[in-house]
Design a protein around this ligand. Sequence first.
Ligand SMILES: NC(=O)c1ccc[n+]([C@@H]2O[C@H](COP(=O)([O-])OP(=O)(O)OC[C@H]3O[C@@H](n4cnc5c(N)ncnc54)[C@H](OP(=O)(O)O)[C@@H]3O)[C@@H](O)[C@H]2O)c1
Length: 330
Amino acid sequence: MMRSIWYEQGGAAEDVLQLGENDLPEPREGEVRVRVAYSAVNPFDIKKRTNGRDLATWQRIVPHTDGSGEIDKVGAGIVDRRVGQRVWLFGAQVGQAQGSCAEYCVVPSWKAIDLPDGVALEHGACLGIPFVTALESLSAAGLLEGKTVLVSGGAGRVGAYAVQIAKLQGARVIATASKSKCADVEQLGADACVDYRDPDLELRLRSYAGKHGFDLVVEPRFGNNVAMNARILARKGVIAAYGVDDDSAPTMPVARLVTKNASCRFVGIFGLSRTNLQTHFERVHELAGDRKLRHRIGLEASLAETPQIHQKVQDGSVEGAALIRLSEAQ
Ligand SMILES: NC(=O)c1ccc[n+]([C@@H]2O[C@H](COP(=O)([O-])OP(=O)(O)OC[C@H]3O[C@@H](n4cnc5c(N)ncnc54)[C@H](OP(=O)(O)O)[C@@H]3O)[C@@H](O)[C@H]2O)c1
């Protein structure tokens, strides 16, 4: 038997998340079983729990798509040497009911990716959604060497990786964040960070981007910021939007975007092809393996505390990854 968190109806975390025991899952052909060390809570998991959308397909959901751990058993067709490998998880609770918020989690082998030597399991659990989203968003404007990039929401889980990766790729990086978080974002490598509530935000961003404007804007609040972004974008600039805010059908400044030959690239990582994802996984291996990156952990908690942690992520009060500890002796 193993312990896990699950829900059988959508709703508030305290009302629907339950802690209990289930049978140990067995890996089938092409799958591996991971003894989970850390399970990460992302806004994606919160949205799915709140609207209960996966319950149309499955009766019981074990949440969370990201995590890390060690492979303890493989199914038919998977080489035995995978047993014992330390891995990070991508998309564990996508296309299946069982996610990583359990002592053991079975996933298709390709979704349990080798963790580079020397990278801690808690850092492996930070990678999944945030890192792949940052990579995909930054790829929207081609090579970044010498380009000027705006990372909107640079203190966020995705934003913090985007700042660091864009810098490593040779871009000049300006970010926005809440005032109290700007110093931290500059420590991550941003050349400057501006409070997104500053009444002079646009003026200040313009002063950093110069006449040329921003070649790429990485954006978690597309509708909120599209009017300003269209004005500060360079000719042929790109807005890479990975976040939908309250207004999911905003008024678009089409004339200005047309004049600039601009593009809006909408990013949804779970709609990417396996080949596309695997390219990103290789990049993760390279960047995380070199230990060039800072992984930001906002909090760690026990399995029993999962409902409270869901609520904190939902309130936006966790800065960095929110991790549930499943097993530590790995
Ligand atoms: N499409 C995809 O594949 C995909 C992948 C990953 C995430 N997402 C979505 O993207 C969003 C962000 O995810 P996350 O995990 O990075 O969340 P997060 O850690 O909460 O980060 C969001 C950031 O946005 C900032 N922000 C809030 N209002 C802003 C504004 N008006 N202008 C600029 N920045 C603003 C926040 O700054 P402060 O905290 O300083 O207020 C926060 O740092 C979520 O909605 C998530 O579901 C989508």
